[in-house]
Write a protein of this length. Sequence first.
Length: 567
Amino acid sequence: MSHPETQVTAENAAKSEKKPVKPTAHFAGMHAQITEALNIAEFGVPTQAQPFAQRGVLIQTSRNLLTLSTFDFWTAVSVTVPVGAPVGKGCSLLDFVELKKVLAAMVAGETKTVAARTPVSLAGDLLATEHITVPITTLDIHEFTRPPEAVPAMATMDAQRFLTQLNRVLPAAGRDETLPVLTGVQMTLEGQTLTLAATDRYRFAVAEVPVTATVQPLVKSLSSLIPASVLTPLAKRLKSYEGPVGIGIIEDGKDVVARATLSMGDTTITMRPLEGSLPKHNSLFPTERDTSVRVDRATAVRAAKKCQALIKAKGETNVPVSFAWDADGTLTLAPRVGTAEDQVRTKGMTIPSTITHGNTATLKGNLLALNPAFLLDALGTFTSDTFTLHIREMKDGQTSKPVPLEGVAPDGASKMGNVPLTGAFRQGLCATAHEARRAPPAEVRRAPAEGNVPGSGFHAPRPGLVTPCLSRLAHMASANAAGLPDRQQRIRLRTRMKHGKVIITVVALVVIFALSVVMIVVGQPVAAITALIPSVALGVQHIVHATTSTPASPPLRGDEREREWPG
């Protein structure tokens, strides 16, 4: 006979158990239309989510609309598709991968034109064309976590302009998952500007996109740090989209889930932000310039690619390339490979250049050492035939100050970038590009404001820098601002940890010795000696190794292995 409490518990469990929900979604549409909607919804489908129901697509129908929703706990995608005939209200949770594969298989053997125009219908879980009907696996809708509500668009922007600036910023986002804050792109909506920023500690990219407020300009700025892994596939998707893109941001608050939503027509993509924010970047970009040199961009790109290939051919790694000016003021670009003698004997490729501000005397015999990959990234952001190097004071043949790059786009708008080059610390690259507002010639020729370069037409950077950046100098600033240890700090940390292990070993040996004495006193000398001898041997060996070995430099992580220059 069962206990009464057991019976009550069983009854309550039975009452609380939810019954399976029968799929009730009904719609009819064209094959191409449904396939396109599924391709977009795939952004929000996880590959290994638990529970398994999260790998499904939620299909909701009402009136003459079909809505597909997916959610992988980071990205929520909602795609609304108009259908021809009015449909009743319904809901089905189907296996996404199976649905997509079956939908493609049902038009196998047809031409692309015929397949695109094939009518497709869904009744609950039955997918049908005029030739075949197949049931699709349904998932438990009770185990499906509903996506958060999309944030209404606060501002809109041109899709292709947003894509251009996003592609300039994405290469600078970090890939080291142990530093999650640096793997995101920070979006800041303020007034009529959306600012995008990213850094991997070796580059700091900032881009500016003009926006139009949907209702009224924001009173305060709103920021959201979106994973670059989410934005990268989205950027590929935007290539074929020509309409406006809306953006809405909600920050953390009481009973509010932080999120950001990008809306494109009938599609909304709501993204969960990373915790934290990027360090302030304004102080990393200088405004003073002493010498300006206009350089042929196409030749510089060819030279940089040759130097990069030569570095690889010589089997070298972490080797910079350097702009150099000889006694005649001729500019060359060469790889810094081999010994110091080899570098002197290496002759670089000549690049056409013209000094537009300053004089040749300040450049003769000087070098600008750059990371070749970062240099190519920076040059790739320009579309003009030439770009201008704005160089600050040089000491000991090099400069430790950021060197801005300026280019002019075909539409006349100027684009600028900063390439901080190091001197005493180590060679590195910090590049940014700046999307300056279009200004009439009269405004360029007028007396320069504070911080501008007299006679060069170069304006001090406004907020909104585009394209890659980072040198040792910027690395130190951003790492310190983010509270991140640099490489030397990690060495000191490892040394302290080693000393701590020595202390622990000594304490352990003392305890073992004391226990051995006790065992001898109580009449167990053999057991005491058996335990003491190997313990003392191992402990002494550990102490000797820790006190005599030089603390090794910790291995480079991720991009450090590829980009950090030797000291």
